[in-house]
Design a protein around this ligand. Structure first.
Ligand code: HEC
Length: 116
């Protein structure tokens, strides 16, 4: 229930930010999904097995597509959304991500302020 509360007290997004353009009706009642409460764990559990610079076996994941840090994730958010939140998702290659988590991923990268 915490997210409901946060959603209520969160001020309107600043109009001059990058994110303002990204805001759409999809985000109107979106829960507060951020790196801290979802993203970090999700990327680690579902993506870093192949998309980490320290991975033992990247399964040929391209070198440039590395998600070690929050900054790297946000820099590639469009591709992440495209590969992992559209139907049918292409990442991870073998699937296995619950649709609830794909939804949270979309709320996070589409609705959160850039870099959070
Ligand atoms: C089992 C290994 C593996 C996992 C896990 C994995 N990927 Fe990938 N990823 C790959 C490989 C291999 C490629 C390159 C081939 C391709 O694009 O299909 C790739 C490519 C990509 C690309 C670039 C696509 C393009 O067209 O340039 C993105 C973005 C991406 N992955 C995101 C993700 C995200 C987000 C996750 C977690 C939800 C994830 N991947 C999980 C192996 C993986």
């Amino acid at each position: 229930m915490l997210w409901l509360l946060l959603a209520c007290v969160e001020p309107a997004p600043p109009v001059d930010s990058d994110t303002a353009m990204e805001q759409d009706s999809f985000c109107t009642d979106a829960p507060v999904v951020r790196w801290a409460n979802f993203g970090q764990g999700f990327i680690k559990g579902s993506c870093q097995g192949c998309h980490s610079s320290t991975s033992a076996d990247r399964h040929n994941a391209p070198e440039g597509v590395t998600f070690d840090t929050l900054e790297q994730v946000w820099a590639q958010k469009d591709m992440i959304l495209l590969t992992s939140t559209q139907e049918p998702p292409s990442m991870p290659p073998n699937g296995g991500v619950h649709e609830d988590d794909r939804m949270r991923l979309a709320w996070w990268l589409r609705c959160a302020p850039n870099g959070t």
